[in-house]
Design a protein around this ligand. Sequence first.
Ligand code: SF4
Length: 447
Amino acid sequence: MRVLLVNPKSNDLYTRVGAKMPPLGITYLAAVLRERGHQPEIVDMNVSPPVETYAGYDLVGISSLTCNYNAALEVAAAAKKDGAQTVMGGYHVTFMDAEALGTGVVDYVIRGEADYAMSDLADRIEANQSLDGLEGLSFVKNGEVIRFGGLVRVPEVESVPFPARDLLQLSGYNALLDERPMTTIITSRGCPYNCFFCSSSNFGGRVWRARSPQSVIDEVEHVCRQYGFQAIDFMDDNFTLDPKRAIAICDEIERRKLDIAWWALSRADTIVNNEPMVKRMAETGLRMLFLGMESADEEVLKSYHKKAVVEQFYEAMAILRKYRVLAWASFMIGGLTETKQAILKTVHLAKRLDPHSVQFSILTPFPGTALFNAVKDRLVFHPVYLSPRELQQYLVKAYHAFYLRPSKLLREFLDAIRKRRVMRTIFREPFRAMIISRSLAKQSQQT
Ligand code: SF4
């Protein structure tokens, strides 16, 4: 069967600041489809021109996040018009299947991890068989939404073949780490923490499923040798959830003598409790860790079910500095009962912690989160003490306060002299602050 997998154009922060990353989800689907004898193709609209016609494809699979849902519907409408059947998957429609099916342009929704479910659907459609019992599938029959099972999940994540990167237009992705070409790898799925604002635990489950260090480094070697990448973004929600596994991955990098730079996502409490792990990661190429710190207010942290305290943020930063690992800290503003003072406290904390990069976001009730369920009956959601406009203004101010500090600009300037790229840096930091803040403010308006 000819299957086209589409990643619709995205408006997200990383795409806007020019760090385009391959859509790994549909690339996994393509690998399984090919193993099953289908003919998958991939179009990532962030790097390719729009598809001229969908005629000739039997099935068009579209991945959708909340931020590109409207673009996903446009793809589905065009594909249906050209005579293809359409199936949508991803975080947004997993929790909003009835909404997507109700548009009339989406024939099927796969809820959860579609790696094998997409191929099962293609097999059955091709063989003209009943779709009964396909775990995770939703569709409309006689005006009613039919759902089989709960969310589908892959029990053995190591069993999924490596993503079919050969079907991507790899030259379109331009992310760099330490001036090295970087690509993405996923080494585990699920998250046990279940934070209030995050849908990862609902989507991937609270049981963490991890690949072995050998399998992870086989893929690292594969992308380095086959495609020439020299840096890896481990995209797992929490790469360090099992510190022993993280250390074993480092041992494997060293045993195979791989010269790579890499970055990953972790948590401040894990860093504080596992300094030897940080040391080992730094020795084997770790350049940067992303840490979700969220707020300077202990009560707000508790309301987010963050299971971390502010003191740990300082300790984590000290450990990362000790091993020369850069930090990318993420903060959120606009908690349900947050005041202007609480937001300013968070901005002040960010400046005091002084990570290399920060990300400020406005708390948003994405489908699949506990926050969404708490506020879904409200017509418009905004915190009790702040208007949406005020929140957007504070977001822009937060970025400016962090990135346009004289001390930050001076440090970047000196770093640029050291690395001989002064002109690029003179323009980079102020622009980064402006692009990021405006981009996020605009995104929050659309969501
Ligand atoms: S924010 Fe991070 S730790 Fe919390 S549930 Fe999401 S992925 Fe897990």
